[in-house]
Design a protein around this ligand. Structure first.
Ligand code: ATP
Ligand code: FE
Length: 371
């Protein structure tokens, strides 16, 4: 079995080819870094245009690198949500065109489910049920994965996701945004003192598994303003004193941002084991899971609770086509797919885009647990 996966939900155009045995035959990502720098974030119309230009060459390259043609495929998988609908439709249009031309089944994939399920390609011992923390630019989710397509949400963010806080911190500190803000903050934090700035940990008084990063973001902004840091002066041209001040803020922000994750994970493990006592693994995935401090600190929490951490390599944590191809593969093997789209109307697909698409049901016991 061979599945092609296509991902265009946000700012990366990605495609990959995987085999049923988990072998990755190819992986191609084209990112819109220059647009991000220019606009300071994702502008949907610009992103759509960039996807439209990138999609054909990216898919071609994925097939070429895998040394196959479309007719070797068993199915095509594509992200249908959640995400920006203008962007999603570029990927879905392409997937439907291929599926229609080559008479292939098509699988609509949930972007956040794919972030979690790709961990099963990395760790073949990883069985359902498992606990997952998904941390990215737009999501902060704690979920119990009971089975493929079957999830209970233990917690989510009540405002911003941690990746958004990393990105804004990078922007306000005048860091190089060309690879997205997270890696830049992580790098600068290495030079700083994580105890230098006293940021308070979010939601201490809430005994639940939800997250909040808007308040921490504001604390960072105020700290930057009160130290007269000018984001327009890039890090490369500031004095060493200014540089170490910025590094202290980066390190202190990162410490508290991760502390919030640790505290929520401790509680989530407790809740999850009540729901599914056989859980052995906790998956941490999504772009922010490429952060080394995040990985190391969560590994400790997980080990202390006698579970095992499964964290995909960074290239599979940030948006990629492999996670879509693999989640498609798992669905395909369970017989969950749509027939090839009709040849006469391969672009009649708007019905299956799901820009807003929650992952599973909210945990009903959450309220009483939190009391
Ligand atoms: P979502 O998955 O919620 O739809 P997305 O697809 O845009 O959002 P991902 O590609 O999964 O997000 O993750 C991107 C986010 O991860 C960005 O906010 C980026 O700053 C963050 N990130 C990437 N690498 C790191 C890192 N090393 N440290 C911290 N954050 C990071
Ligand atoms: Fe993502």
């Amino acid at each position: 079995l061979i599945v092609l996966g296509i991902e265009t939900s946000c700012d990366d155009t990605a495609a990959a080819v995987v085999r049923g045995n988990g072998e990755i035959l190819s992986q191609v990502v084209s990112s819109q870094a220059d647009l991000l720098v220019q606009y300071g974030g994702v502008a949907p119309k610009m992103a759509e245009e960039a996807h439209s230009q990138a999609i054909d060459p990216v898919v071609r390259e994925a097939l070429d690198k895998a040394n196959i043609t479309e007719s070797d495929l068993s199915a095509v998988a594509v992200t249908i949500g959640p995400g920006l609908s203008l962007c999603l439709r570029v990927g879905v249009q392409k997937a439907r065109k291929i599926a229609s031309c080559f008479n292939l089944p098509i699988i609509g994939v949930h972007h956040m489910e794919a972030h979690a399920v790709v961990a099963r390609l990395i760790e073949r011992e990883l069985q359902f049920p498992f606990l997952a923390l998904l941390i990215s630019g737009g999501h902060n989710l704690l979920i119990v994965a009971h089975n493929l397509g079957q999830y209970t949400q233990l917690g989510t963010t009540i405002d911003d996701a941690i990746g958004e806080a990393f990105d804004k911190t990078a922007k306000w500190l005048g860091l190089d945004m060309s690879r997205s803000g997270g890696p830049a903050v992580e790098e600068l934090a290495l030079e700083g003192d994580a105890e230098a700035v006293k940021f308070s940990t979010p939601m201490k008084q809430h005994k639940d598994c939800n997250f909040s990063y808007a308040g921490l973001k504001t604390q960072v902004r105020l700290a930057i303003e009160s130290r007269n840091i000018d984001a327009k002066i890039p890090l490369s041209s500031v004095s060493s004193q200014d540089r170490s001040c910025r590094a202290d803020i980066a390190a202190s922000f990162q410490r508290v941002a991760v502390l919030h994750l640790e505290e929520r994970c401790e509680r989530a493990i407790e809740w999850a084991l009540k729901i599914e006592p056989s859980i052995k693994h906790m998956v941490v995935s999504g772009g922010v899971a490429s952060n080394k401090t995040v990985r190391a600190r969560l590994d400790k929490v997980v080990k202390k609770n006698n579970l095992q951490l499964v964290c995909p390599p960074p290239s599979l944590c940030t948006d990629n086509g492999v996670m879509v191809a693999w989640t498609g593969m798992e669905n395909f093997c369970m017989g969950r797919y749509d027939p090839p789209p009709p040849a006469d109307d391969p672009e009649d697909f708007m019905y299956d885009l799901r820009p807003r698409w929650p992952l599973g049901e909210e945990y009903a016991g959450g309220r009483s647990e939190a009391r």
